[in-house]
Ligand binder design. Structure first.
Ligand SMILES: Cc1ncc(COP(=O)(O)O)c(C=O)c1O
Length: 463
């Protein structure tokens, strides 16, 4: 990994300032297939294309900023996840990464299930025809109305997140004359992010019921006594953007330990275990994610081994990848508005979007890459910071990246791997209008989430 913090030193043009960046790439026009959707390439004029359509045409038709999503790639990744376990596990796409009705239909057609975590996500899923029994309902504070709607609809499972919710869901289900299938989300004392994980005794966070101190065991005790719910399994989600499987190893060990305790205390072997999502993707060339079939093999081996050691029948596994399905399938296209070189520092490139369409850089210090998309260039690399148009100095899209030195207003630039947690976390800060999501496939582009209009904004403002 060549990412380095350059020592602060005299600030003249050939000394790079402090920051997180690799050495300038040898070819600024090259596209690293790790970070781009499957059908993205450059045409003979050097213009970036997706699904056979070039970005100049896309910008003309749909405007900028806009997210362009490669439908073929989305479907291929969904399929890869479904087949990775050879039918021995259930894959629930995590809708929080990005959800729209078109996406729900693709998931349905490709045989995936869906994890939702709000009434809005549930409504979107149901309105697009996802069968309720293929929906899992999550959340640490589901409202009574949301629970009622989910039970009435007949969702496949509700993932219980607190002692109050165990009683609440059981009560509502009983009132409705149903027996709701549930899992209990526990915290196993593992926190995993990227290449590291931390195993601790306690987890200081709002999700789940701690295994530590016997709380999870007590939750199971209570759930097993209630008529309105049927406890089918234990759920654990350990973090995000994970590359190292050892966090899952510790988590599976602890979850299976609980299953064994449940068997010993209650004589019940719960049939399911959910290991959550959090599998990493490549945002830059420095990231090396694993393929779904490798992850599936590793998870299956871990759970099987742990269950054999505990003399338990291996439960059915489920996983909830969000980012790893949709993240790499989309890029954001921006138009450059201003180019501002700061002597001895870097060049600030202002685009027509920003933190309202990608909050991840400001929120998590996330790293992205960027390319000149409307043409190729042989100009010398220029260290840039791609920033938005918002009234906030932290309004950064790409913190440090090299773009050609002849970059100019009117050029189009594209930021890859923005399919997950960009449109779904988008805001109206500064009353900026949220960009559309355009699905591209086989030479055709269609809007699946339209651009917001000033009318949309004003419709909410009823004062
Ligand atoms: C319970 C649960 N499942 C799945 C996910 C999806 O994570 P990712 O998109 O990183 O795969 C999340 C993300 O926060 C989550 O909280």
């Amino acid at each position: 990994m060549s990412r380095s913090a350059h020592p602060a030193g005299p600030r003249h043009a050939d000394v790079l300032p402090e920051g997180h960046y690799s050495a300038p790439p040898t070819d600024l026009n090259a596209l690293d297939s790790k970070v781009w959707a499957e059908t993205v390439t450059r045409d003979e004029d050097g213009v970036l294309t997706v699904g056979g359509i070039d970005v100049k045409r896309l910008a003309e038709e749909f405007g900028t900023p806009a997210y362009f999503l490669d439908e073929q790639d989305f479907r291929a990744r969904a399929r890869a996840w479904r087949t990775a376990f050879g039918g021995d596990a259930d894959v629930f796409y995590a809708g929080k990464a990005f959800l729209s009705r078109a996406v729900v239909r693709w998931l349905h057609e490709e045989g995936l299930n869906l994890d939702v975590c709000s009434g809005g996500e549930l409504a979107t899923a149901l309105s697009a025809g996802m069968p309720a029994e293929r929906i899992a309902f999550h959340g640490n504070n589901k409202s009574v109305a949301e629970i009622r709607r989910a039970v009435e609809a007949g969702v496949g499972r509700i993932v219980l997140d607190s002692f109050q919710e165990i009683v609440r869901v059981a009560h509502i289900a009983q009132e409705l004359g149903r027996r709701q299938r549930v899992q209990i989300r526990i915290t196993v004392g593992v926190e995993a992010h990227t290449h590291e994980f931390i195993a601790t005794a306690h987890e200081d966070q709002k999700f789940g019921i701690p295994l530590a101190g016997g709380q999870a065991a007590e939750a199971v005790r209570r759930a097993l006594k209630l008529d309105g719910i049927e406890l089918i399994g234990i759920h654990s989600h350990i973090g995000s953007q994970i590359f190292d499987m050892s966090g899952f190893e510790v988590a599976a060990h602890r979850v299976v330990g609980l299953l064994k305790d449940i068997r010993d205390e209650h004589g019940v072997e719960l049939p399911e275990i959910d290991l959550g999502g959090g599998l990493g993707i490549a945002y830059t060339s420095d990231d090396d994610p694993r393929e779904p079939h490798e992850i599936a093999k590793a998870l299956t081996e871990i759970v099987t081994r742990e269950c054999e050691a505990a003399r338990l029948a291996t439960p059915r596994i489920s996983v909830e990848p969000g980012r790893a399905v949709v993240g790499p399938t989309a890029f954001t296209l921006y138009e450059v508005g201003t180019v501002k070189p700061l002597d001895g520092l870097r060049t600030y490139v202002s685009v027509d979007g920003g933190m309202s369409d990608n909050i991840r850089t400001a929120l998590y210090d996330a790293e992205y890459s960027v390319v000149l998309a409307s043409r190729v260039s042989d100009a010398e690399p220029m260290l840039c910071r791609v920033v938005g148009k918002h009234c906030e100095s932290g309004d950064i899209v790409v913190k440090d990246a090299f773009l050609p030195g002849d970059l100019a207003p009117g050029d189009l630039i594209a930021v890859p791997a923005t399919g997950a947690y960009c449109r779904s976390m988008a805001s109206n800060y500064n009353h900026v209008l949220r960009p559309p999501v355009v699905a591209v496939r086989d030479g055709e582009a269609r809007v699946i989430v339209r651009r917001e209009t000033e009318e949309d904004l004003l419709r909410l403002d009823v004062g």
